[in-house]
Design a protein around this ligand. Structure first.
Ligand code: CFM
Ligand code: HCA
Length: 532
């Protein structure tokens, strides 16, 4: 039996039928393989996915620091998204509400009689106490069921308080994972926020937006530091340490960088159609990837001064990390890893592992779509199921006032020929191969199985399976929260990542640990005539 068959072996016919297409073995790099993705999980399985509300409120809108994001629903949903995602934010103007948890705290009576009164009150209190630049309302499951008209409350509040108030029907059940929530959040920002400051488009310069960067552990700050050192102007970051205010000006940028393709590709695409802003898939995770990214941005602008400055900055940054880089490379060379994260990191982190001579033998996404695995060229072939059709597909048109000049067609085509990912993402598969395995919407049973088969030196994942993995005797580091460390992006971030990896793999604890089930069974008994 090959690895895939071993993983699927114990499943019942029905589960086997579902899971078999979510697990693929990659024999050669670049082999076109199809994977089932973005579909409903099997009920009862211990999976790591979150819900639609988590993707809208927790991921995309939550990091906006000058905005009050109100969770409309019972307190649990707000509570469990309070400070758990490590999107850091600073407060240059004193408006930083990221550390707060705003909720309407719906009770049973509100469910019976409706929660609009409570929502109005919550908005009034938030505006009076915090003076936010905008208010966002995010609905949780019961709100959709009882039918509170959150849009009416938002419209009414805009008139009352003179600030933008946007309502998002991102009830948890709206999609199969947080991915649906990303899409809903993207639509709302596009419709109501981006381009709402009516400033003129300046002369073409070096103004960029960073899309899909949520400043986890300070990653966005590290990226900004490097980009500013080279000479770029950052217009807006979506949305790590971002602000409503900056997003309203985002249409004036010359280029959109896309770090996390999964969560934000909708905005990148819509801004291209509406404002003609090109987007470039970048990756600031990993030393070689950061270098490639910086060179491609410079190439895109074709500005000789910037190209030279890029090389100077790369040289300076590399000199700063040279000693550490060598040390960790010596320690980590030849080690193997598994990487199970949400919708983009499982690809990005393979690059930083490669920097230190490590190989990824297992990878998986919780909720990525087929294009994140196989590349954007498969988008026309993706069959939309009822769950995906449930999410609004926003149509935008060229903006009469703000559609502006981007790169000329010839240069665009030239860059594409050089494999620059302009309006394109190649996906994770093309960087894998050699018998590695990829599991979509992995569950805890499958995680245990891949650990048994591949025995990696370290397994990167999240809080839901970290301790299950460690109890099995494998070091596990979190790639969502960085185990409260970071940043991991850029040159210096790669060293922080390598240090944490080194500390985990070399921790003497692993040698001392014999999990009880290695020496004694946890369950004994008989069933029929057979001994178990
Ligand atoms: Fe993008 Fe993210 Fe991720 Fe994501 Fe997330 Fe996250 Fe993630 Mo957790 S936006 S897809 S929904 S890179 S919160 S910052 S770590 S699962 S891989
Ligand atoms: C989310 C947030 C999360 C969870 C992390 C984890 C994050 O999915 O709603 O499972 O460890 O990054 O904080 O992905």
């Amino acid at each position: 039996m090959d690895a895939r068959e071993v993983i699927l072996d114990k499943y019942s016919g029905r589960v086997f039928k579902n899971r078999k297409d979510h697990i693929v073995e990659l024999d050669e790099a670049g082999v076109p393989k199809e994977i089932a993705a973005n579909s409903r999980s099997v009920p009862g399985m211990m999976i790591n996915r979150g819900c639609c509300y988590a993707g809208c409120k927790g991921v995309v809108l939550g990091p906006l620091r000058d905005t009050v994001v109100i969770t409309h629903g019972p307190i649990g949903c707000g509570y469990y998204t309070w400070g758990t995602r490590r999107n850091k934010a600073d407060s240059p103007d004193g408006r930083n509400f990221v550390q707060y948890c705003f909720s309407t705290d719906m009770q049973e009576t509100d469910i019976v009689f409706g929660g609009m009164k409570k929502l109005r009150q919550a908005i009034r209190e938030a505006v009076e106490i915090f003076h936010p630049k905008a208010v966002m309302i995010c609905s949780t499951c019961p709100i959709g069921l009882i039918g509170d008209d959150i849009n009416a409350v938002a419209t009414e509040s805009e008139k009352l308080y003179g600030i933008t108030c946007v309502a998002y029907s991102c009830e948890g059940y709206k999609g199969v994972s947080q991915s649906a929530g990303h899409h809903i959040a993207n639509n709302g920002l596009m419709r109501r926020v981006i381009g709402s400051a009516k400033d003129k488009i300046p002369e073409r310069g070096l103004r960029i937006n960073i899309l899909g960067e949520y400043n986890i552990g300070g990653d966005g700050w590290e990226e900004e530091r490097i980009l500013k050192k080279i000479g770029y102007e950052i217009v807006a970051v979506f949305t790590g340490d971002g602000s409503y205010e900056a997003l309203t000006h985002a249409h004036t940028a010359d280029l959109n960088l896309v770090q996390c393709h999964r969560s934000i590709n909708y905005i990148a695409e819509m801004m291209k159609t509406k404002y003609n802003i090109d987007w470039l898939k970048v990756n600031f995770v990993g030393i070689d990837e950061t270098i490639r990214t910086l060179r491609e941005i410079a190439d895109y602008f074709g500005n000789e001064e910037i190209k030279q400055r890029t090389e100077e900055v790369i040289a300076e940054e590399l000199a700063d990390i040279a000693e550490d880089r060598k040390f960790y490379r010596q320690k980590l060379e030849g080690k193997t890893a598994g990487v199970f994260v949400g919708g983009s990191r499982s690809h990005h982190y393979q690059n930083v592992l490669k920097d230190f001579g490590m190989k990824t033998v297992i990878a998986g996404y919780e909720f990525a779509h087929r294009d994140d695995y196989e590349g954007r060229e498969v988008i026309p072939n993706i069959k939309l199921d009822a769950d995906s059709k449930n999410i609004e597909q926003l149509t935008v048109h060229p903006d009469e006032q703000f559609y502006h000049v981007a790169l000329d067609k010839e240069r665009f085509d030239e860059l594409r020929k050089e494999n620059v990912e302009l309006e394109y993402y190649k996906g994770m598969f093309k960087d894998m191969g050699d018998g590695t395995i990829v599991v979509d919407d992995f569950n805890h049973y499958e995680t245990e199985k891949v650990l048994d088969i591949f025995k990696p030196d370290i397994f990167y994942s999240g809080i839901k399976d970290k301790y299950m993995i460690e109890k099995k005797g494998f070091p596990s580091n979190q790639l969502h929260s960085y185990d409260y460390s970071g940043p991991y992006a850029g040159f210096k971030g790669a060293i922080v990542f390598a240090r944490n990896t080194y500390l985990s793999i070399y921790a003497p604890a692993w040698k001392m640990l014999t999990p009880p089930w290695r020496t004694q069974p946890t369950l004994e008994g008989t069933m029929g005539d057979e001994n178990y």
